[in-house]
Design a protein around this ligand. Structure first.
Ligand code: FAD
Length: 451
């Protein structure tokens, strides 16, 4: 069958084959690389530290349902991801759903899903709304955000949206998303964010559409693993790598249990801050580069409810007392019938990876604190409706797009011949998402396949 969507496969003609390749990390990046390298006749092994494949996209059990640990939706414009989903046989089952976006501002909820609602949005004056609208519209029309990398996000937003809109909308949103780190981030971040939101509105009516695969990423990862098995890729889970070094012609990989094995090539897909620990033989410049890459992490609670929490998929929050990046009502996408009649909600809070205190808070303390927040935000919310509450934490999620970020990324080819780094810190065309992750993997193939 002819592919529905074109694949961003732009590597040069096949040069390298029948090599023994080790891929460290079994997230979507590692699986995509494994697929393409195995298809080209290489013997690929994926080594994943976690108990299952999928990384940030892996599922977990919440009461009697299995769903993604972190919320994941597919955008209409995610062509690289949709191409992979087609290859592994799940693209036909994607369900596309029209969603609404809301704002929580001054203790009230506002729908912000179309132009009329936008014009009615009370927190802003007419002129402030006009300036916000033009910032979003013109921002979405900038095709290449590279030149915005040299401008602090605050400078750019104050210039285009004005002081009032910046103080009332942008600054609280930036703080909710990035904490105090927003001061170090470039305008590229907000451009990439606006663009992704805009791309979700590609349908003729300019309605926001997102997709999911019934069964969630659990189903996607299982289908991916099956396809890899057909290509004789070995995927090993609970297999943490401890050290990677060169011995003669080969690359030696030492596992946490001290087993040692050799490969012709090793590709690390792990977050940048982890790389110096795994690969101490890299040059000082490379090690410093990876250490300097500042990451955001996330503490994200999933709640199963007996009742719906409201009509918005994303509720953006401008009230600074709310300790959340947003409220993600996933049941506006995933019908309760598919998960035992429950309503699934995520409560994410992005924090700096170095914020030990945020990662140390116990599950019980988080539950108590956040249920109190929901009671204050949603007058109808009642904790007797909570069926399950579970908190997931990930320290290294997204590299902060600081000023001139793309110029500071070490290249995929390292100073150790045969050792490569291809990770999501190399995303320079958009915000972190699986489509961008896959595009980085596909773009790196040319370099990985060089003899
Ligand atoms: C809260 C949240 C919401 C998101 N929402 C969306 C969304 O709606 N849509 C979307 O497209 N994307 C979304 N994303 C982004 C998406 O999850 C990522 O883009 C993608 O999963 C990154 O894949 P990766 O393989 O690069 O990294 P990871 O998934 O982090 O994979 C890296 C892997 O390396 C493994 N590893 C680390 N150290 C070792 C070691 N020493 N030895 C062996 N293995 C090791 C880790 O266990 C991990 O599995 C979201 C992410 C989060 C956190």
């Amino acid at each position: 069958m002819k592919p529905l969507v074109s694949l961003n496969w732009n590597a040069p003609r096949i040069r390298m084959k029948n090599k023994k390749i080790g891929i460290i990390g079994g997230g979507m990046m590692g699986l995509t690389l494994a697929l393409r390298l195995a298809e080209r006749g290489n013997r690929v092994t994926v080594l994943e530290a976690g108990p299952s494949l999928g990384g940030l996209a892996s599922p977990w059990q919440l009461d009697d349902i299995v769903w993604d640990r972190f919320y994941h939706v597919i955008s209409l414009s995610d062509l690289a991801l949709r191409g992979i989903l087609e290859e592994i046989g799940v693209a036909d089952s994607i369900r596309w759903v029209e969603t609404k976006a809301g704002f929580y501002s001054g203790g009230k909820f506002y729908s912000m899903s179309n132009a009329v609602e936008f014009l009615r949005f009370p927190p802003l004056s007419l002129i402030e709304k006009f300036r916000l609208g033009t910032t979003i519209f013109f921002g979405s029309k900038i095709r290449d955000g590279k030149r915005l990398e040299s401008i602090p996000v605050e400078t750019w937003l104050r210039k285009w949206s004005g002081q009032g809109t910046y103080e009332k909308i942008w600054r609280p949103l930036l703080k909710a998303k990035l904490g105090a780190a927003y001061e170090r981030v470039s305008a590229f971040f907000i451009w990439a964010y606006i663009r992704r939101m805009y791309q979700a509105r590609q349908s003729g009516l300019k309605k926001e559409m997102f997709g999911y695969v019934p069964g969630g990423y659990a189903r996607i990862i299982t289908a991916f693993e099956q396809r890899l098995r057909q290509l004789n890729v070995e995927c090993r889970t609970s297999c943490a790598v401890q050290n990677i070094g060169k011995t003669g012609e080969h690359i030696e990989v030492t596992h946490a249990n001290h087993d040692v094995e050799t490969f012709d090539r090793v590709i690390l897909t792990v977050p940048s801050p982890v790389i110096p620990k795994l690969c101490p033989e890299l040059s000082t410049e490379e090690l410093d580069g990876y250490r300097a890459c500042e990451y955001l992490g996330v503490v994200c609670s999933s709640i199963l409810l007996r009742r719906n929490l409201g009509p918005y998929y994303v509720t953006n929050i401008t009230d600074e007392w709310v300790p959340l990046t947003g409220v993600i009502n996933f049941s506006t996408i995933l019908p309760p019938e598919e998960i035992s009649g429950r309503f699934l909600v995520y409560l994410p809070k992005y924090v700096l990876a170095s914020d030990d205190e945020a990662f140390a808070e116990s599950d019980d303390a988080i539950r108590e604190r956040l249920l109190g927040v929901l009671e204050r935000m949603y007058p109808d919310f009642n904790r007797t409706d909570v069926v399950a509450f579970q908190t997931a934490r990930a320290r290294n999620v997204m590299a902060l797009p600081t000023l001139n970020y793309s110029e500071q990324i070490p290249p995929a080819k390292t100073s150790i011949p045969g050792v490569f780094v291809v990770n999501s810190a190399q995303i320079t065309k958009g915000v972190l998402n699986i489509n961008e992750t896959i595009e980085v993997a596909l773009d790196a193939l040319g370099c990985l396949l060089e003899e």
